[in-house]
Ligand binder design. Structure first.
Ligand SMILES: Cc1cc2nc3c(=O)[nH]c(=O)nc-3n(C[C@H](O)[C@H](O)[C@H](O)COP(=O)(O)O)c2cc1C
Length: 324
């Protein structure tokens, strides 16, 4: 069983950080379906070091969802490591440093994926954070800034430093920063990292949409674990399916419609608790797209939820469409 200090994983599959998705409702549903570690979407270090911003409830973990990791974005090792201290103080269980984000505004500010071109900054950020916090410290990277020979060299430097410095877990998204989300994730590179640095705990990420794919990627690549990202949006059952497969059981049947409906209602209820109604029902739409994929009348159900203009309307549609 994989462990990170007192955090024990029941299987080597965890929820990946997803900005705009992995808030408390999505994390809790993942947990309830068997996922034993989740992360926030990326949070700017400046939030944590700002005395007013850090008090906002939306940045805090909830009691019912531990363990949960705080993912930090920034450009300066010092500020990022101070942010790690603050996030731990408000209850997160571990720290994940983001060097992978490809958003243009993030790159312009020399944060996230930009730092794949600066191995020495990544190293310093990890070492300063390690010094300041007494919890597992993870890093999330990509397979390089781009496909140039220089980027490749820097990528291997980053991995070697991570192995030497004792990064607790290195998560690798098998695309370059320049690729953003285009093309296929290159799992050969991820596998090669594990081969070259066997002592480093590696989680692979990229193009995992089904439990079967996650299982085969784990076996073929030899990594320690696999992160489920877009494949878990509106699909918490991917974690119960993975648990079954991991324990040698058959792939579970599609959950019956009323069960699907109940989980959707619960997700929507948690969203309504966290956001005002005018934000809650539009926000739920992007999860509904995922949920509806399991419905025999996918398009009709999805369009009805998209067209709903209130909390009550969304609830009614789910009740009707899922036989509740
Ligand atoms: C909408 C969206 C938001 C994301 N947000 C984050 C984030 O906040 N932090 C992070 O490390 N990765 C983030 N990622 C990357 C995912 O964690 C994952 O590595 C990537 O999507 C590849 O996996 P997939 O192809 O299985 O989705 C995001 C991806 C998407 C599509």
């Amino acid at each position: 069983m994989l462990t990170f200090d007192s955090i024990q994983l029941n299987m080597p599959f965890i929820q990946a950080p997803l900005a705009g998705y992995t808030d408390h409702p999505m994390r809790l549903l993942a947990k309830q379906h068997g996922c034993s570690l989740t992360f926030t979407g990326v949070m700017l270090d400046k939030i944590a070091v700002h005395p007013k911003a850090i008090k906002l409830k939306k940045f805090h973990p909830h009691d019912d969802e531990h363990p949960v990791g705080a993912q930090i974005l920034g450009e300066e090792p010092d500020v990022m490591s101070q942010a790690a201290v603050q996030f731990l103080k408000i209850g997160y269980d571990l720290i994940d440093l983001n060097f992978a984000c490809p958003a243009p505004k993030v790159l312009r500010r020399a944060r996230g994926g930009h730092l794949m071109a600066k191995p020495e900054v990544i190293r310093e950020t990890f070492l300063r954070t390690r010094e300041k916090v007494d919890c597992p410290v993870f890093m999330k990277i990509r397979i390089g800034y781009d496909h140039s020979a220089e980027s490749e060299e820097k990528f291997w430097q980053i991995c070697e430093n991570a192995a030497t410095d004792g990064v607790d877990m290195l998560a690798i998204h098998g695309r370059t920063v320049s690729q953003k989300y285009r093309g296929k994730a290159d799992w050969n590179v991820i596998a090669e990292v594990k081969k070259r640095f066997p002592s480093l705990t590696i989680f692979g990420s990229g193009d995992i949409y089904t439990a079967e794919t996650a299982m085969s990627r784990l076996k073929e690549s030899g990594v320690d674990g696999v992160m489920i990202a877009r494949g878990a949006i509106g699909n918490p059952w991917i974690f119960s399916e993975l648990q079954a497969l991991w324990n040698g059981k058959d792939m579970p049947e599609n959950p019956p419609l009323p069960e699907q409906g109940r989980v959707m209602l619960e997700h929507f209820r948690l969203i309504c608790e966290a956001y005002p109604e005018r934000k809650a029902y539009p926000y739920f739409r992007k999860f509904a797209v995922g949920y509806c994929k399991r419905h025999p009348q996918r398009k009709k159900t999805m369009l009805a939820i998209m067209a709903a203009k209130s909390k009550a309307a969304v609830n009614d549609i789910i009740h009707n469409a899922y036989g509740l």
